[in-house]
Design a protein around this ligand. Structure first.
Ligand code: ADP
Length: 359
C-alpha cells in the first residue's frame, strides 16, 4: 500500500542562508507522555523516528508528514544532549563576544521551561538540570580555565514581556522598561537591573528570585506565567589587555509564551486580548527569522513587537540563533504540535512536498 507522505523541511537549507546573515538552527524536542496521555490512544506516539534529523508525524492518522530539522530530540533525549548540541557552542561564542540566542517555542505544557530551567532551577538531580544552570557552569568553568578571569565581567538580567510591556524580574517596581538604541550599546533595555554575578551559586539565587517574582506577578495580574515571554539575559564583558576597552557579547535564552490557539468563542475580554498579543508577537518573531534566513528582504521587521525589538542584536548581524520547537508526542496534541512544527519549518523557509512510498 502506498500512502502519501509530505516531506517538509530539508537538510540542504544552509545553502539558502546569505553569507553575512545569521545562521539559525531549528530543532525539535518531543517530551515524554505524561500519565494522562499514557492512558489514551493506548499510550501510542504520533511520531516515528527516522533518524537524528527527521521523523514521520502521524498528523491525521492516515496521512504521515515527514519533517526534517537540524536536529530532533526524541522522548527519551537527555537534558545533557540538548545542552551539548544547542547551548554549549553558544557559551563559547559569547565568551568570544558574539551575540547568541536560544528560543523555546511550543504550546503550554510542551516542555519549554523544563528544557530551559529543569524541574527546579537550583535544586534537582544532575541529569535533570536545564540549559540555564548548565550554561552558568560552563561560563564560569571556561573563564577559570582561560586564565583571563580578571578580564571578564558577567552580568545577568531577567525580564518578562506581557501584553507588550516589559517587566524587570529582579525589580518588580520597574514594570514598563523601555527599549532604546545607541551607537555604543546597540539595542538595550533602558534602566533594567543588571546584576554582576561572580559564581554559579550567586547566579542561581538571583534566578530563583526572578522566577518567584514572575509567579507573584502572574498571580497579581490574574494570568498564568505561560502567557508571558521570559528572557534570561547574560552579558559577557571583556576588557582588552591592550587598550583596556571593554566589549560585550550577549547570550539570551527565551522561554516563549504558549503558542496554543485560543478558541474565539470560548475566550472573551482579557484572555482574548492576551491571545491576540501573543499571536502577534510570535508571528513577528517568525517573520523576522524568515527575513533573516532567506536574505530576500532588506527590511527586517524588528519593530513589529517588543520581543523582536529586544532580540534585534541577538538575531541579526553576526549572531547565532537556535529555535527549539517543543512538542508532546501524544495524539491528544497533534494539531498544536503540527502548528509548532510548521512554525519551525517556516522559520527555515524550506518546503518541498513530494510523494514517496510509505517509509
Ligand atoms: P511549558 O514550559 O512548555 O509550558 P513545562 O516545561 O512546564 O512546559 O512542561 C510540562 C510538564 O512536563 C512539566 O511537569 C515538566 O516537568 C514535564 N516535562 C516536560 N519536558 C520533559 C522531559 N523532557 N522529561 C520529563 N518531563 C518533562
Amino acid at each position: 500500500a502506498r500512502t502519501t507522505v509530505t516531506v517538509t523541511g530539508g537538510g540542504a537549507d544552509n545553502t539558502t542562508i546569505h553569507q553575512n546573515m545569521s545562521k539559525i538552527r531549528v530543532c525539535v524536542r518531543f517530551r515524554p507522555l505524561n500519565s494522562t496521555e499514557k492512558k489514551q490512544f493506548d499510550g501510542k506516539l504520533c511520531v516515528k523516528e527516522l533518524d537524528d534529523e527527521s521523523f514521520l508525524f502521524n498528523a491525521e492518522r492516515e496521512e504521515n508528514v515527514a519533517f526534517c530539522f537540524d536536529k530532533v530530540f526524541y522522548q527519551n533525549s537527555k537534558q545533557h544532549d540538548v545542552y551539548e548540541f544547542l547551548a554549549k557552542p553558544m557559551v563559547h561564542d559569547v565568551l568570544d563576544l558574539m551575540n547568541s540566542t536560544i528560543i523555546t517555542y511550543g504550546q503550554t505544557g510542551a516542555g519549554k521551561t523544563y528544557t530551559m530551567e529543569g524541574p527546579d532551577i537550583s535544586n534537582c538531580e544532575e541529569s535533570n538540570k536545564g540549559l540555564i544552570p548548565r550554561v552558568i557552569e560552563e561560563l564560569f568553568r571556561s573563564i577559570e580555565c582561560s586564565n583571563e578571569r580578571n578580564l571578564y565581567t558577567i552580568k545577568l538580567s531577567m525580564v518578562e514581556i506581557y501584553m507588550e510591556k516589559i517587566r524587570d524580574l529582579f525589580d518588580i517596581t520597574k514594570d514598563n522598561i523601555q527599549i532604546k538604541e545607541s551607537k555604543m550599546h546597540g539595542v538595550f533595555l533602558s534602566g533594567v537591573t543588571e546584576v554582576s554575578i561572580m559564581d554559579k551559586k550567586q547566579a542561581l539565587s538571583f534566578l530563583e528570585r526572578g522566577i518567584s517574582n514572575r509567579t507573584v506577578g502572574a498571580t497579581q495580574m490574574n494570568m498564568s506565567s505561560s502567557r508571558s515571554h521570559c528572557l534570561y539575559i547574560f552579558s559577557v564583558q571583556k576588557e582588552s589587555r591592550k587598550d583596556k576597552r571593554s566589549k560585550t557579547g550577549k547570550l539570551i535564552l527565551v522561554d516563549l509564551a504558549g503558542s496554543e490557539k485560543v478558541e474565539k468563542t470560548g475566550a472573551e475580554g482579557k484572555v482574548f486580548e492576551e491571545a491576540k498579543t501573543i499571536n502577534k508577537s510570535l508571528s513577528a518573531l517568525g517573520n523576522v527569522i524568515n527575513a533573516l534566513t532567506t536574505g530576500k528582504s532588506n527590511h527586517i521587521p524588528y519593530r513589529d513587537s517588543k520581543l523582536t525589538r529586544v532580540l534585534q542584536d541577538s538575531l541579526g548581524g553576526f549572531s547565532h540563533c537556535a529555535l527549539l520547537c517543543c512538542c508532546s508526542a501524544s495524539f491528544i496534541n497533534t494539531s498544536e504540535s503540527l502548528s509548532t512544527l510548521r512554525f519551525g519549518i517556516r522559520s527555515k523557509f524550506i518546503k518541498m512536498p513530494v510523494n514517496v512510498s510509505q517509509v
